[in-house]
Every structure is written in structure tokens, then in C-alpha cells.
Write a protein that binds this ligand. Structure first.
Ligand code: MN
Length: 240
């Protein structure tokens, strides 16, 4: 599909980003989603949804939110290959998008409504339910037609049990893949915790930390960028 622009912008011998490969979609009523926190010329969040064999992508300067009262601007950008959905690392200077990339959230989405994903995108009103580590519940991404360059969309959280008024994306600025902060990724530091590439026991341990963190952002070691205190013995140490 439309990955020519993705290829044209990159020299794969000079960047760790993946070239388009052999991962293919399985279904058109659900798919992978991810959000990458990208510290490029300007910090932004790249929101990606698997549709028709590629990752449809939007750059969101303020990031996604769980607050239904806030509509965040999302610039529609070029499709990315499905392989990109697992990427975290550093794009070297001189390359397109140079800077550190955090895999901030990932999971699956379910398509809402009767129309196929491609049809919903074409008409500029795509409704879906996310099952991520940070983002959950119902969302819509809506094209603002007749505006500017034509790539202006809004990401909107719907009212449901996952809605959180006042939710602050920057209070969750750690990797869903490695637990690292943006700074730690930029410095190529090892993962903070043993994290698996698929949801599993390690992820559940991580998730169980969250109520306390949400209750007290100011003292959260993760939000403050400090090492997390070890409360109890782990069964195994992370392999660096
Ligand atoms: Mn980006």
C-alpha cells in the first residue's frame, strides 16, 4: 500500500527504523494500535492505527488524552509499515525525524460502527475502542474538512468508564515497552524492568503500580524521572 512516502523519506542503512516487511493484517474489524512519543524537532506523539495492512498515522503535538472535554489536533501523516509498531530507539542526526522514539503505548483496537475501517477513514470519521496499557475505551478521530492543508484531524475521547477529566499525558511519559523515560532512551540506557513484547505477567505487575501513581503524580518516581523503589524481591532481574 501507500508506503512510498515512508520509504522515500528514509535511508534504511542509516536509521534503525524498520523497512516495510512481511507483517500482514489479519482482519478488518480490529487491529494493532500504538502511540510513539517522538522527541524530534518538536516533541509530539505519533498515533497509529492498523488499517488495510499499514499503520495509518497522525502526529499529535499535545498527545492523546483520556479527557473527553479536550479535543487534540492531529496532523494526518504518511502511512507507516506494521513493523514500525514495535519500534523504539534513536533516529540518528541527519535522518528524517531525527531524535528519540518511545513506544509510549500499544495494544489493539476494535472498530466501532458498521462501516469498514477504510470507509470510516475515507469519510473522515473513524470510531474505535482501544485496549492499550494507557489508553482504553472509545475514541473518534475526525477530519476537519475544508481547513488549511486538508490534513487536520481531531482525536476525541468519548464518555465512558475509561474517561478521566483532567488527565495529563505528560504524567505518563514512560515507555510501554521498556519502562524507560525519553532521556533514558536517548542515552541508550537499559530497560527499567523486565518487559515482554507481548502482554503478560510482567506487564500486569507494571499495571498494578498505577493507582498509586495516579493518586500522587508529584511523588511518582516514574513521573519524576527517578529510579523506581524496589518494594519487594523480583523473581528475576531484567536482562539488560
Ligand atoms: Mn513523529
Amino acid at each position: 500500500m501507500a508506503l512510498e512516502e515512508y520509504r522515500a523519506k528514509r535511508r534504511f542503512e542509516n536509521t534503525p527504523e524498520p523497512p516495510p516487511g512481511q507483517i500482514h493484517s489479519k482482519t478488518d474489524s480490529s487491529g494493532y494500535f500504538c502511540v510513539q512519543r517522538h522527541d524530534a524537532t518538536r516533541l509530539h506523539y505519533d498515533f497509529r492505527l492498523e488499517v488495510d495492512g499499514v499503520l495509518k498515522s497522525w502526529a499529535i503535538p499535545k498527545g492523546p488524552t483520556l479527557d473527553p472535554a479536550v479535543k487534540h489536533f492531529a496532523a494526518h501523516v504518511e502511512d507507516h509499515p506494521l513493523e514500525y509498531g514495535g519500534f523504539e530507539g534513536n533516529i540518528p542526526k541527519g535522518n528524517y525525524g531525527a531524535g528519540s522514539v518511545m513506544l509510549w503505548d500499544r495494544g489493539t483496537y476494535e472498530l466501532l460502527g458498521d462501516a469498514k475501517a477504510g470507509e470510516q477513514l475515507a469519510r473522515g470519521d473513524f470510531k474505535f475502542r482501544l485496549h492499550g496499557e494507557k489508553l482504553n475505551g472509545d475514541f473518534a478521530i475526525v477530519h476537519m474538512k475544508g481547513r488549511g492543508k486538508g490534513n487536520e484531524w481531531l482525536l476525541i475521547k468519548k464518555q465512558d468508564e475509561f474517561a478521566v477529566p483532567g488527565w495529563d499525558v505528560e504524567a505518563h511519559a514512560y515507555s510501554a515497552l521498556s519502562g524507560r523515560t525519553q532521556e533514558e532512551i536517548a542515552r541508550n540506557m537499559p530497560a527499567r524492568k523486565a518487559k515482554r513484547k507481548t502482554a503478560g505477567a510482567a506487564d500486569r505487575v507494571w499495571v498494578s503500580d498505577r493507582p498509586a501513581k495516579r493518586a500522587s503524580k508529584a511523588t511518582s518516581p516514574i513521573a519524576a524521572g527517578k529510579p523506581a523503589p524496589v518494594k519487594k524481591k523480583r523473581k528475576s532481574r531484567p536482562a539488560a
